[in-house]
Design a protein around this ligand. Structure first.
Ligand code: NAD
Length: 312
């Protein structure tokens, strides 16, 4: 994205911009001279996440569940990146109603407003959890097998994206993020992602909990790479026509290997306590990356060890 591409007249609305991925994206957009507006209810995000760009972006505190706040946020936006969601597999199992209200009804409200405001494109944060127990690597041609209320809302969001592109008159794309990691991921939440949780405990000399045998795999993609993928989707010159595409690295890492790497980076011995597998969590997850390369020219560039070192 450059001024030659008309950044001066662009206004990108980032829902969930005060969250982990959102704050990385907002920083990357601001660095490119793009005007940014955030809609966030600060339920899991925080103003502190946006401290580096305070004063350079517009922030609307409000919920996706409020048509009034959503309408105000969308007015004048040229593109919308829809990241706001409840996003824990484990939490969703006991909170289906909350997940449907925020992730489904909220997305519906936003897409209706985007249609009315005639925005140019919507980029939706979908999830690798759509693949469920399909054997890895996970390819977009596989039929979705969501195994939790969270995953089910993300798959339904993809359907809404197709509908928006096909009948809503707004170009749209769903990016299935794999395991995104980087600074500003909260290690203290009950549903903390594995990397910040391991860093906090290993650095403090405490044992880490590994569910199952630790040989399950994940595709860890750095937040800066993820932000680059979103920007490539905003910028894509041709219509994306409701497509779904994976955003990952194509590399599988076991949880035990991850713990070993973090131990080495912290200079600490790693103690592991095994627990039974958690409900709703998939065994293996790794992306095929060809479609994002072909349609967005996107390829992840940050290796896991280098990416983990940005977090110390
Ligand atoms: N982190 C990952 O590895 C990952 C993987 C796949 C998909 N995703 C998706 O990417 C998106 C961003 O994830 P994240 O890890 O940054 O999560 P996050 O919880 O840090 O960010 C979500 C943001 O949305 C906001 N929000 C929640 N409910 C809202 C509502 N009703 N109205 C307005 N704002 C609301 C939160 O306050 C927060 O700032 C989510 O849609 C998530 O499902 C994330």
């Amino acid at each position: 994205m450059s001024d030659r591409n008309g950044n001066g007249s662009r206004l990108v609305l980032v829902t969930g911009g005060a969250g982990f991925i959102g704050s990385h994206l907002c920083e990357a957009l601001v660095a490119r001279g793009v005007r940014v507006r955030v809609l966030d209810d600060f339920s899991t995000g925080s103003a502190a996440n946006l401290a580096a760009i305070r004063g350079q972006i517009e922030v609307i505190e409000g919920s996706l569940e409020s048509p009034c706040a959503v309408g105000r946020a969308v007015t004048g936006a040229t593109e919308v990146v829809h990241l706001a969601a409840r996003s824990s597999v484990v939490e969703s199992i006991g909170a289906r109603e909350l997940y449907e209200r925020v992730n489904l009804a909220g997305t519906c409200t936003l897409f209706a407003a985007a249609t009315a405001a005639k925005v140019r494109r919507v980029v939706f944060a979908a999830s690798s959890s759509a693949y469920g127990d399909h054997a890895a690597p996970h390819d977009e041609s596989m039929s979705p097998r969501p195994e939790s209320p969270y995953a089910a809302t993300k798959v339904e969001g993809e359907r809404m994206v197709r509908e928006l592109a096909q009948v809503g008159g707004v170009d749209a794309v769903a990016l299935r993020f794999f395991n995104v990691y980087g600074t500003r991921q909260d290690p203290n939440s009950a549903y903390a992602a594995v990397i910040p949780r391991f860093f906090a405990r290993i650095a403090a000399g405490q044992p880490v909990t590994v569910f199952s045998d630790g040989l399950q795999t994940r595709d860890f993609v750095h937040a800066s790479d993820t932000a680059r993928a979103v920007i490539a989707a905003i910028d894509a010159p041709k219509p994306l026509a409701g497509e779904v595409m994976n955003i990952g690295t194509g590399h599988a890492t076991t949880i035990l290997e991850l713990a070993r790497l973090i131990g080495a980076i912290c200079g600490k011995a790693v103690q592991i306590e095994h627990q039974p597998p958690r409900k709703g969590e998939v065994r293996d997850s790794v992306a095929t990356t060809g479609r994002a390369e072909r349609l967005l020219g996107f390829r992840a560039s940050i290796g896991l060890e280098a990416g983990l070192r940005t977090m110390v």
